[in-house]
Ligand binder design. Sequence first.
Ligand code: WT7
Length: 696
Amino acid sequence: MAPLTIRTFLSRGFALSRVNASAKHQLNSLGGKCLYRYSVPVGTRSQSTITSTPIPEITDHFPNIRTHEDLYNLSVDQPEEFWGRLAKSRLQWQKEFTVVSESEVATGSFRWFPDGDLNVAVNCVDRHAALTPEKSALIWEKDEPGQEQHVTYRELLDMVCRLANVLLSEGVRKGDRVALYMPVCPMAVAAMLACARIGAIHSVVFAGFSKEALAARIRDASASVVITTDEGVRGGKVIPLKQTVDAAVKECRAVRRVLVAARTGAQVPMGPLDVSLEEAMASASSECPPATVGAEDFLFMLYTSGSTGKPKGIAHSSAGYLLYASVTHKHVFDYRPGDVFGCVADIGWITGHTYVVYGPLANGATTVLFESTPTYPDPGRYWETVERLRITQFYGAPTAIRLLIKHGDIWVHKYDRSSLRTLGSVGEPINHEAWHWYHTVVGNGNCTVVDTWWQTETGGIMLSPRPSAPDAPIAPAMPMRPMFGIRPILCDEKGRPVQGNDVSGALCIQSLWPGMARTVFGDHKRFMETYFNPYPGYYFSGDGGHRDADGFYHITGRMDDVINVTGHRLGTAEVEDAMTEHPSVAETAVVGFPHDVKGEGVYAFVTLKDNIEEEQAVVLDELKKITRTKIAAYAVPDVILVCPGLPKTRSGKIMRRLLRQIAANRADALGDVTTLADPSVVSLIVEKHRQQNQAK
Ligand code: WT7
C-alpha cells in the first residue's frame, strides 16, 4: 500500500514535499513554521501504467499528405480544414464547435471555433491527471540549486481546484481580471490555471516591474484580486514582492483582496486586504467543477510595450491560443512523450505563458519552472540543471548565451548534456557567434537549433526552422521558415507585398491564425491602428524582415520606437515619459544602441532646464532611479548624455535616426543634416558623446 502522504507547505517555500506518516512528528519539530497542512487520503494513488499522454502525429490527421510541403500548403490554403481537424483531435471540448473560423480583417473581428466551449484548465490538467496522475507536470528548479521539486498532474489538479475555490469565495467571477505578481513557481502556474478553471482572466505582471508599473497594469485591467508571494528570490537576492504590491494597491481602488503565498516564509505585514493563500487553500475544497468557457472568452491578458508610453494589454483567447500553443510546442521542438521540456523564460513574459505553461501542459508534458538566473551560483547553472533534470529541449534567450560565452566553454563541458535534442532561441535576433556556440559547444553539434521568431501578440512561434521536412537543412542565426498556417509577406512603404527573393520590407502576416491576439484590452481601436491599419489587409508585426535568395526569412529589427533590451521589449517613449517627470529635465530622446550582451542598450539624450540648482551628477543619478521606480531595472539607461539641444526638424520633430547613429558610434555617416532647424547642435552632441566615451 502506498504510504500515507501528507502535503506540507513549509515555511521555506511552499514546498510540495511528501513525507510519510512517521515523518509527520519530525516535521512538526523541524523548527520551521508550518503554514498549511492537509492530508491526502490513503489509497488514492492510481496504479496507472500509462506514463505519457499520447499525442497523434500531425500526419495521422491528414493520411493522404506525403510531404511537409504539401502539409504546409494545405495549412495555408485550407486553414479551416487544417485547424479544425487539429482542434477536434488535440483539445477536449465541453461543446464541440461547428464553425472553425469567423474572422475578418476588415471588421477587426477574429473568432476561432466561435460556437465551441472548452475549459483550458481541464485541457492542461484534468485530462492528464486522469491518464497519468503520477507523472510530473512541473519540475520547479528553485533559485537554490539542487532543490528541485516535482509536482505531479494529480497534485497540480488538487492545487488548481483549491485555488479556484479560493478565488470563487473571494467573489471572482467569469470574465473578472486577476493580477499575478509572482516568481516562477508552482503556485503561480496553479494560479494561472485556477483563473482558467473559473473563466477569470489572468494578467501576469513580471515580478521585476516597479510598483508604479504594477499599479498602472492593475488599474488598466481593473483587477479585483492580486496574487503574490511574501518575497521572491533570484540569483540569491531577496525581492520584496509583497511590499511592492502593498504600495501598488494603495493606488488601485478596485482591488478587494491580496492573496499572499509563502516563498521564503519571511514575516511580511498583513493588512485588511491580505489573506494567506496557503491557509485559504487548506480549508478550500479540492473539487471544483470547471466553468463552461466559450472558445473566444479571454484566457489572459499580458502587457507589452509599444511606441507610445502606455503599454498595451494584449488579450488572448482560450481555444485558439491553446491550440496554437500546443501545436507549436510539439512541432517546433519535436516534443515527444517522456521528454523534459526546459524553457527558462520567466512566466511574466509571453514565452513563459506559451512554452513554460500552456503549450507543454496542453500536451501532457513535464515542464521545468526555472526560477534562477544563468549565472547563479555560477555560469554552469543552465547545464548543471540540464544534467540533473535530464532536459531534452532547452529554450532560452540570445542575451544569456552571449553572457555565458564570455565565461568560457569550461562551464558547459563540466556537465553532461547528452539528454538534449533541441535548442531554442527567442526574444531577439541571435548573432552568428552565439548561434554557433549554442550549436557546437552546448549541443556538441548533435542538437537541432531553432531560432524562433514571434511576439506577445502572435501567441506562439511564427517563424522557425522547424517544422520542416525532417532532413531540411538549418541555416545558422535565422528563423527561416513559417509555421503551419502562417503566410509571411514583406511590404514596401506603399503597403504592397514585395515579390521574389533577396528582398526586404515590413514583416507582415497575410494569413489569420488561431493563436493571434484578439484585441488590446479595452481599446480595440488601438489594436487595429497598431496591427492592421498600417498595411491594410495584413497583420503588421512592427519588425523589418529580409527574404534571402533561397526564400528564407531573417529579422532585421524593429521599425518603430521599441527597443529590445536583454530580450525584453521596451518603448523608448516609456523611458522618456519617466525621465521628463524630473523637474530639472527639459526634454529627452531615448534610442537603442548595439550592446554586446544585452542586444540593445538604452541611450538617453537629455536637455536640462536653465538654472537648475542641483549638480548635474545628482540629476543623472536621480534619472536612473526614476526609470527604475517608474518602470523596471532593465529600463535604466546605460548612457545618459546631457546635450545643449536635440536635433529637430523645422516642424519640431526629433530626428531619432541621427541620435541612433551617434549612439552607435556611426557619426561619420550622418548624411544630410541641413533640413534641421539648427544643424550646429549635431556636432556639439557628437563631440559630447565622444568625450563621454573617452572618459569611460
Ligand atoms: C519582439 C517581440 C516572442 C517571445 C519573446 C519576445 C523580437 C523575438 C525574435 C527572433 C529576431 C526577435 C522582435 C519581436 N524578437 N524573437 N527570433 N529574432 N527578433 O516577445 O516581448 O512580444 O517581443 O522581439 O522584434 O517583434 P515580445
